[in-house]
Design a protein around this ligand. Sequence first.
Ligand code: NAP
Length: 270
Amino acid sequence: MSPPSSSSSQQTTLRIGIIGFGPFAQFLAKTLMKQGHFISATSRSDYSDLCTNLGILFFRDIGAFLESDNDIIMISTSILSLSRVVESIPFHCLKRPTLFIDVLSVKEHPKDVLLRILPEECDLLCTHPMFGPESGKDGWTDLTFMYDMVRIRDQHLCSSFLQIFSTEGCKMLEMTCEEHDRLAARSQFLTHTIGRILVEMEVESTPIDTKGFQKLVQVKESSAKDSFDLFSGLFIHNRFARQQMKNLEVAIEKLQERSKELQDPIISKL
Ligand code: NAP
């Protein structure tokens, strides 16, 4: 299996190396391959058999992976392990300046870590595909792809990567990592928190489910499918998440207080 070389035809064929070949990377890799890109991967665990079946070159050794000369290196490790993983990359094995892309669900943290550790000559694109194996299983049309061109000198290469997602019909949204984290705390993190609370409460369908409750059960089930690492990462490495958690606690207390105020004083004495 030899990698195709990059060409300047309409859609550039890219050699994309993935670090962290967990569920999300596997999901993305299928579409990248469908579009004709050449994919290789390395990960903490051994995915040799899976990769052989998918037609992906798997490297157990990260040095050999870097030497295999990719146009792009995509980082898809858990949020919690990012610093450790990036610190252990032997960058001296890179043959040339490479575009690094991360797909983590928080954005300021990978931006800070990668700007601190990446070699100066490497470009950096921070992204968050706002979908996953469940929401994207029937295609990516109208699903949002957020990106921040943090340090881009090779515009053509960066555009070629972004084109993968626009070709699939994604809604392409450029914003800063800070703005992403501010908004994601109020939306994605809140959804995951409610989902995890429902998991803790062991919420289950009943024979008299309302439509609203059915949606709650869906939120619970989708949160239960994601790793707990993902939830912890969203909480620990998004500086806006802590406030959101406090808002939730305050809202629950307020609801209890307001309900007590409305309680009939005669009945409450019984
Ligand atoms: P995850 O649990 O967040 O991450 C799993 C990946 O992290 C695996 O590749 C795993 O390696 C690696 N990893 C975990 N701990 C490690 C450690 N101590 N050292 C080295 N590697 C470690 O699950 P995921 O769903 O695949 O997500 C991957 C990334 O994509 C995350 O940053 C997540 O925020 C982001 N993302 C996920 C979704 C989604 O819907 N799932 C959507 C958008 C973005 P091994 O498998 O080799 O053990």
